[in-house]
Design a protein around this ligand. Structure first.
Ligand SMILES: Nc1ncnc2c1ncn2CCCCCNC(=O)c1cc(-c2ccc(F)cc2)cc(O)c1O
Ligand SMILES: [Mg+2]
Length: 214
């Protein structure tokens, strides 16, 4: 039942996870997608790399590009210091609707602002909309061909400070070759590859952590 894959994930979460317990919601999504049907969440293996980066950065302002069902949104939001904010951008209204409900089940909706629209249209509005200046952490997980143009847009909009961390999912599979070439060759970034596996599968993937040098 459930018309779409995100809807089926939401129903499984509502039927099995403990309301208000983010870790039980994360585990429910992982067990559904590992055992019932695959979905493009960052997953539990790469999720541990994401967790480690969030804990190391202790960010006040976080931007996520590509929400999907809100899985990585939850992983980030549950580790934020008090008063920190996570802004997540999702193109697809249906995905955004499901993500809102999954975040609500986890009790994490107060730290998260979910905007629906194209990242290229929304990024230039963020400073004014949220009265903020720079992001401390950006998690990039949307269209793989948008990684590079949106990184350049973040630079142009003066949303990156010296020390801002960009963490990009899927740089090996499906791959983001132009993005990788840019962050690995630009003198404005210090880049490091974290090898891992594609979510729920024995396929190589990895995440690229790139620190903006200003
Ligand atoms: N606000 C915005 N602006 C622009 N684009 C926006 C957006 N909001 C959303 N999108 C559009 C993102 C659509 C989903 C992006 N993610 C992916 O496409 C993705 C694909 C795989 C995959 C791997 C192996 C396979 F065989 C098949 C698929 C794995 C992943 O971890 C992925 O993140
Ligand atoms: Mg991904």
């Amino acid at each position: 039942s459930g018309k779409s894959r995100p809807m089926r994930i939401l129903q499984y979460v509502q039927n099995t996870a403990v309301q208000g317990d983010a870790n039980s919601v994360i585990s429910a999504v992982d067990s559904y997608c590992a055992n019932v049907e695959w979905a493009m969440n960052v997953g539990d293996k790469k999720g541990e790399i994401l967790d480690a980066v969030v804990l190391d950065v202790r960010p006040r302002w976080v931007l996520e590009l590509g929400t999907y069902c809100g899985y990585s949104t939850m992983r980030i939001a549950r580790l934020l210091p008090p008063g920190a904010r996570l802004i997540t951008l999702e193109m697809n209204h249906h995905y955004a609707q499901v993500a809102k409900q999954i975040l609500g089940h986890a009790g994490l909706d107060s730290q998260v602002d979910l905007l629906v629209g194209a990242s290229s249209a929304l990024i230039p509005q963020l400073k004014k909309k949220f009265d903020m200046d720079k992001f401390d952490l950006v998690f990039i997980d949307h269209w793989k061909t948008s990684y590079l143009p949106d990184t350049k847009l973040l630079e142009e909009c003066d949303l990156l400070a010296s020390g801002t961390v960009l963490l990009a999912d899927n740089v090996t599979c499906p791959g983001a070759p132009e993005y990788l070439h840019y962050v690995r060759n630009s003198p404005r970034y210090k880049s490091l590859y974290f090898p891992s596996q594609l979510e729920y599968l024995r396929v190589e993937d990895g995440m690229e952590k790139s620190v903006f040098l200003g």
